[in-house]
Structure formats: C-alpha cells, structure tokens
Write a protein that binds this ligand. Structure first.
Ligand SMILES: C[S@@+](CC[C@H](N)C(=O)[O-])C[C@H]1O[C@@H](n2cnc3c(N)ncnc32)[C@H](O)[C@@H]1O
Length: 206
C-alpha cells in the first residue's frame, strides 16, 4: 500500500500549488497537510514544486505536515533521512534533480536540507477523524481514500473541510471524485486536475 515515487500525479501537484499560491504568498507561516504521505516521496515532491514556484526565500515560511498511519513504524526515520534510490527518483526532471538532490553512498541520493527541513512527519490515522492541524491552506490526499469504505471517506473529507482555512484547497488523485453527498462543502476547479476549494457552509456539518 505504501508504494509510490517522486513526481507521481505531477499534474495534480502542479495544479494544487498553482491554486494555493494566492493563499500562502506573503504569509509569515503557512501550513500544508500531505495526508497519506507514504515514505516522503510525495511531500518532498510538493516541497520542490512549491520552492520552484515561490522562490526559496518565501518557501522558508512553508511547513508541510506529512502524515501516515505507518503500520511498520519506520516512516519517520526514512523521511527525516531523505535518502532514496533510482527507481523512486527516475521521473524527476533532470534540472530539478540536480538542484534538489546530492549523491549519498554508491547508489542513493539525498534531498537537500532546505527541502527536508520544510517537511515534518506526523504518525496519524485518518480514521481518528481528528486533523493533524487546523487552518491549513492545502490538503493533498492522493491514492489514500480508495483504501477506505464510502462512509469512512465521507467522514474523512468532512474532517478535511474542518481543517482547512477559509478558501483552503483540497487535492485528490485524478480518479478520486468528490462524493455527491458532500459536494456542497467544496467547489471544483482547475479543469481536469482534481482540486477543490473549501466552501464555508458550517450548517451542513451540523
Ligand atoms: C498508495 S500510498 C499513496 C502515497 C502517496 N499519497 C501517493 O499518492 O503516491 C497510500 C498511503 O496511505 C496510507 N494510508 C492508508 N490508510 C490510511 C489511514 N487510515 N490513515 C493514514 N494513512 C493511511 C498508507 O499507509 C500509504 O502510505
């Protein structure tokens, strides 16, 4: 279940970053939640795309909370180390690879400090229905909700709604649609990328 790689679903990540830029630009601190982050490939991809779009100075104000229920209990160390092999890295465009990774040992590469320091792992089960943080500007939850049943999915997405700041964005993988039963909580945007904007309809949650 935890298999993934850098730059997976890059169209979604690019669209999510483009959508959230107005909400986070000029802020002294902005939080992003990557829910179901596996071993760090996705939050580090997100961090690289944010750094490229914001510039490195403004990117220093971004914190990415990367959460997973991490059944094996080893993701925290893997993510903190930030060391990955060729199979996970091979889809990264060459220019970005050279800019954001340094050789580590004979066959591995390490994410540079600036990117590693922006990502913090949180061990967290989405089914607790408690957010890792409130007032987050963007939640990215890709290839995760397909692993839970429909009623759990509805509750998790409602929890995401509560965790987002006003106008915050939510991104899924290309095949995950917003369930009709709670579609009034979010507004769809951005053509074919699966990005939603939080609507402020607190009465719906009552
Ligand atoms: C297929 S991976 C997706 C990784 C990444 N988001 C991506 O799109 O490549 C699914 C991840 O979701 C995590 N996961 C599944 N159910 C979860 C839950 N209830 N709470 C937290 N994480 C969960 C798994 O541990 C796994 O790391």
């Amino acid at each position: 279940m935890a298999f993934t790689f850098f730059f997976r679903d890059i169209n979604v990540i690019n669209a999510a970053v483009k959508a959230v830029m107005p909400n986070i630009t000029g802020r002294s601190r902005a939080y992003i939640w990557d829910a179901g982050c596996a071993m760090g490939q996705e939050p580090y991809t997100l961090a690289i795309v944010l750094a490229e779009n914001m510039g490195h100075f403004a990117f220093g104000n971004i914190r990415i909370l990367a959460s997973d229920y991490d059944e094996g209990g080893n993701f925290e160390k893997i993510i903190a180390d930030g060391v990955y092999g060729y199979e996970e890295l091979k889809r990264i465009p060459e220019g970005l690879f050279k800019k954001y990774f340094t050789p580590f040992g004979e066959k591995s590469f390490r994410v540079i400090d600036m990117i590693r320091e922006s990502v913090q792992f949180v061990k967290h089960d989405l089914l607790t229905l408690k957010p890792v943080k409130e007032n987050v500007s963007l939640i990215l939850c890709k290839n995760v909700l397909l692993h839970i049943n429909e009623s759990q999915r509805l509750e998790v997405i409602k929890m995401f709604h509560g965790a987002l700041s006003a106008g915050g964005r939510l991104g899924f993988e290309n095949t995950q649609k917003m369930p009709d039963k709670i579609s009034e909580l979010f507004e769809r945007q951005d053509g074919d990328a699966v990005i939603y904007t939080k609507k402020d309809i607190s009465a719906v949650l009552a």
